[in-house]
Ligand binder design. Sequence first.
Ligand SMILES: C[S@@+](CC[C@H](N)C(=O)[O-])C[C@H]1O[C@@H](n2cnc3c(N)ncnc32)[C@H](O)[C@@H]1O
Length: 345
Amino acid sequence: YHAAVGATTVERWASDLIFFASDKREEEVVRALCSCFLRRSVQRLFVVQQVVKGDEDELADKLVEAASALSPRTFRYIGYPKRSEGVVGKAMFERGLGFSPTSFTSVLYGGVIEKKGVAFFGVSQREPFQREMVRGEDFVSKAQYKMEELLSSLNLLQQIQPKSILDLGASPGGWSMQVAQAFPDSRVLAVDKGSLHPSVLALPNITHSATTLTPANAESVLSPHSPFDVVVCDVNMHPAEACTLLRPVLSYLRSGGVLVFTIKCFFKQVKASGSDLIDTVKRFLSPGHRPRGRGEEGEKASGDGGAAADAHESEEEGGHSFTNIEVVWLVANTIHERTVVAVKE
Ligand SMILES: C[S@@+](CC[C@H](N)C(=O)[O-])C[C@H]1O[C@@H](n2cnc3c(N)ncnc32)[C@H](O)[C@@H]1O
């Protein structure tokens, strides 16, 4: 990430604020952000002109001082953290500055880092980079950022140059769009009873099967398009349920084909129980898998009883076997998600 923005010094100023010095010009930094998956994570970019000791009041004083050198004097204020905008804005208004959210001539921006007891600020002719500015028409869902990041950071899919791809649970079509554009010679089957965004449907290599996949209809829906070189799946389900959904589907993935799916843990204790869920998925994908350093007793006591039972069931059935199983935490994954990538044996 440092390289993308040309950062020479990096300091974490707060849990959601990183300061970096860069030898690149502002436009170059913004271009670098916009052209890589970091744009998903960076909310705003402030160009720091000065750092001073003090709180919101001092920040307002400094901003008024900087603004009074400018004319005409109608401003917009953008602040960090967002909740401080009102306080600092009001303090500046009381000191005589005029504000307009639409017809401003300069943008004032600033932030207070409470823990360090310092504030930073700057004045600009235009708005600082904001994430909304790069949400182009080519993005149809937030989920799409995950596939974009995966494609840009993992070479596996490029290596196999897939010709046939299944996107299970595709609506509104972010993942389908990413893979269809990355592999224009492929055919993408997007299965979801939900609709696809018109810009996804407009792609020449996408077929929408508007249905909910079940074990009963799996053959009629999938076999005309199979075998698949890649199966991707981003359904909102407990990982054990997702495994159950995937079980019949994986027969249609060719040997050497790649599976990508999101593990979603819909509860707060992701750190405590998340690893059990990841083991559940690993056992499902690789029946011989045993969590390291844990015996049968430990597994039984793991607290995800249903999931573990399901995984054992899949072992009994023999299931499908995968190698190179990687569980990655993408920048675009939420705190409760991990992305699994695996190759079918
Ligand atoms: C989080 S959304 C997928 C977002 C998508 N990856 C994107 O980038 O736009 C999950 C979707 O899975 C679909 N889904 C859940 N179970 C399904 C099933 N059995 N068959 C097909 N689609 C299913 C839901 O209808 C929902 O639209």
